[in-house]
Design a protein around this ligand. Structure first.
Ligand code: ADP
Ligand code: MG
Length: 158
């Protein structure tokens, strides 16, 4: 799935559409759902997660988890884990921080800079790519990697 996002609001709206899908298809149920976010610094990865959280009904601030590496949100019955692994120095740090446990059971997991965790990161359901499109806007690309991920992607209404 590929679409053009002309401005920040359209990235937030795409996040909101993903939130509707998360609720509608109950993607948070065990074993949970993992979305990897790929793109340069400033591509809009955190903005997309902010749109998802807003769409789920989260009213608080959504910061980039650059230093804590992980921020966890609870909205109604949905748990959202948002990783930014940019500053993870070695994949072993992923295990040392106990991050593998976050992938057990229910919940939606967003992972910025997934390659930093090497092979320690469990398999993803979606890979989302955001790419700046000069002079403005972004191209959003979503690929499904699992059966659940492909079914969900087929139901996504952007
Ligand atoms: P990342 O997490 O990928 O480093 P951020 O989401 O923190 O990126 O920042 C992206 C920047 O790009 C923000 O300033 C945001 O307003 C802007 N932005 C997001 N989506 C778009 C878009 N579709 N078109 C133009 N600017 C965008
Ligand atoms: Mg970010």
């Amino acid at each position: 799935m590929r679409t053009f996002l002309p401005d920040e609001q359209s990235t937030l709206d795409a996040g909101s559409a993903i939130a509707n899908l998360i609720r509608g298809a109950a993607l948070f149920r065990p074993p949970g759902f993992q979305i990897r976010l790929v793109g340069d610094l400033g591509a809009g990865k955190t903005t997309l997660v902010r749109g998802v959280l807003r769409g789920l009904g989260y009213l608080g601030r959504v910061k980039s988890p650059t230093y804590p590496l992980l921020e966890t949100y609870h909205v109604d019955s949905v748990t959202v884990a948002h990783f930014d692994l940019y500053r993870l120095e070695a994949p072993s740090g992923f295990a040392e921080a106990g991050f593998e446990e976050v992938f057990a059971g229910e919940g939606i997991r967003f992972v910025e800079w997934p390659d930093r965790a090497g092979s320690l990161l469990p398999p993803a359901d979606w890979i989302v790519t955001l790419q700046a499109q000069p002079p403005e806007g972004r191209v959003l690309d979503i690929s499904g990697l699992t059966t659940v991920g492909c079914d969900a992607l087929a139901a996504l209404k952007l």
